[in-house]
Design a protein around this ligand. Structure first.
Ligand code: GLN
Length: 446
């Protein structure tokens, strides 16, 4: 597939031909179920959009039955930015319902398959965007990352996925899952395209009160893969990862050394605490954000005898099991008797995680970390929700600390399944994240 950088040079006529080819390919590979549907709303470079980012006049449902019938009355800031830069939203990609999940199996549109092995999941929750790029069904895509949902599917599908610093990209028009963790980011075929797309969607937005009010400096025109950096590696932290990941980690350290970077060994707090802090914070925020889906204001309504019953029927039928599980957990941790024991404690742990990263970034430019403990698992392997939550062990601290990180393919298992790792940077130092990733990508030549 043509890269984003190349596509930006095409004429309108060439882009039209490209879109026709894309439509044909999407149709031919509809079994992957990467797209929910394909609409074209302009004559720019086509970009696939996760189904939780509003595009004016599109049906946008966050992969949920409860939002079916809802038509977006306005476009998200990121969509406006795409359009201003000559790009065009082209197709909605499948996702876990309300971005809750790690496999894209909880969508009301059915599961998405991993193009590298159709028995495996593409990861989640932005699994549709990742599968679309990996299968050559999109030049590039937008995803959202609350606890790994850009980086983990990128790793499982062998593409590049980047989560910006919290506040860097506007959340205006993004369906909220956990507002203090969510960020939109690029999912692309290579690191340079990720930098280009990141530049296009970033910058302060007065419509998002959590958007960082600071001057924006573009990264793509300053990309420098020859910069020599100090990179922390975490031998003890990765002990519980699978052999596939550990082997790729060891090889990547050697590659980084070869590229001239300085590697230093560090350790971090046991990531089991990340899981607790994340699942308390994320479900607490989610339960609050999802309270608005009551059958009155948006999408689907299942009438009852009275208002109470209408709420009850709508939410019972509209939400899937995983979403209901999280609403219950979120209400529990916020309930008056348990608020201090769970929610407040989780915020304290979150603070410790942030401090730990800040201390590390006084000494190093980047941290090399796994994204997931394994390569893409088989469909249905996470029948137990707890097993799924535990698989987020390496991705979620980045969101709790609000940091930028990029996931890129570093290896392939003998059976062809991609292995990805992530480089994590200090807050607002996206330049180092992209420079380091580009240097690794060039040295690897996968
Ligand atoms: N797997 C994590 C969760 O289910 C992260 C999802 C995400 O980043 N949206 O919450």
């Amino acid at each position: 597939m043509i890269t984003l950088k190349e596509a930006l040079k095409l004429s309108s006529a060439e882009l039209e031909t490209l879109k026709d080819e894309l439509r044909e390919k999407i149709e031919a590979q509809s079994d992957i179920n990467a797209y929910i549907d394909v609409h074209n709303v302009g004559d720019g470079v086509p970009i696939a959009i996760k189904d939780n980012i509003q595009v004016k006049d599109w049906s946008v449902t966050s992969g949920s039955k409860i939002l079916q019938g809802y038509i977006a009355p306005y476009s998200a800031t990121v969509i406006q930015k795409l359009q201003n830069a000559g790009l065009t939203p082209f197709g909605r990609t499948n996702m876990d319902e309300f971005a809750m999940g790690s496999t894209t199996e909880s969508s009301c549109y059915g599961k998405t398959l991993n193009p590298h092995n159709k028995e495996c999941v593409p990861g989640g929750s932005s699994g549709g965007s990742a599968a679309a790029v990996a299968a050559g069904l999109a030049i590039a895509a937008l995803g959202s990352d609350t606890g790994g949902s850009i980086r983990q599917p990128a790793a499982f599908c062998g593409i590049v996925g980047m989560k910006p610093t919290y506040g860097r990209v506007s959340r205006y028009g993004l369906g909220a899952y956990a507002s203090s963790l969510d960020q939109i980011g690029p999912m692309t075929q290579n690191v340079e395209d990720a930098a280009i797309l990141y530049d296009i969607i970033s910058g302060h937005d007065p419509k998002d009160s959590t958007s960082a009010d600071m001057a924006y400096e573009s990264v793509a025109d300053k990309l420098d893969s020859s910069r020599k950096m100090t990179i922390a590696v975490l031998p003890k932290y990765i002990e519980n990862a699978s052999d596939d990941i550990k082997n790729a980690y060891a090889k990547t350290i050697e590659t980084l050394k070869k590229a001239g970077h300085t590697i230093i060994e560090k350790d971090m707090m046991d990531p089991k605490y990340d899981i607790s802090a994340y699942y308390i914070t994320a479900t607490a925020e989610a339960t609050t954000n999802l309270a608005r889906y009551d059958g009155i204001r948006y999408g689907k309504r299942v009438e009852g005898e009275n208002l109470q019953e209408t709420y009850f029927n709508t939410r019972s039928e509209g939400f899937g099991d995983e979403v209901k599980r999280r609403i219950m957990l979120g209400n529990f941790v916020l309930s008056s008797g348990y608020y201090d024991a769970y929610y407040v404690k989780a915020q304290k742990v979150r603070h410790l995680i942030k401090e730990e990263y800040e201390a590390l970034f006084k000494e190093v430019d980047l941290i090399l970390s796994p994204i997931a403990p394994t390569v893409a698992p088989k469909c249905g392997e996470f029948a137990d929700p707890m097993a799924m939550y535990l698989s987020d062990i390496y991705s979620i601290s980045v969101n709790l600390a609000g940091l930028p990180a990029i996931s890129l393919p570093v290896d392939k298992r003998a059976d062809g399944m991609p292995v990805g790792l992530q480089l994590i940077g200090a807050a607002f130092d996206e330049q180092s994240v992209f420079d380091g990733a580009l240097s690794l990508e060039k040295e690897l030549q996968l």
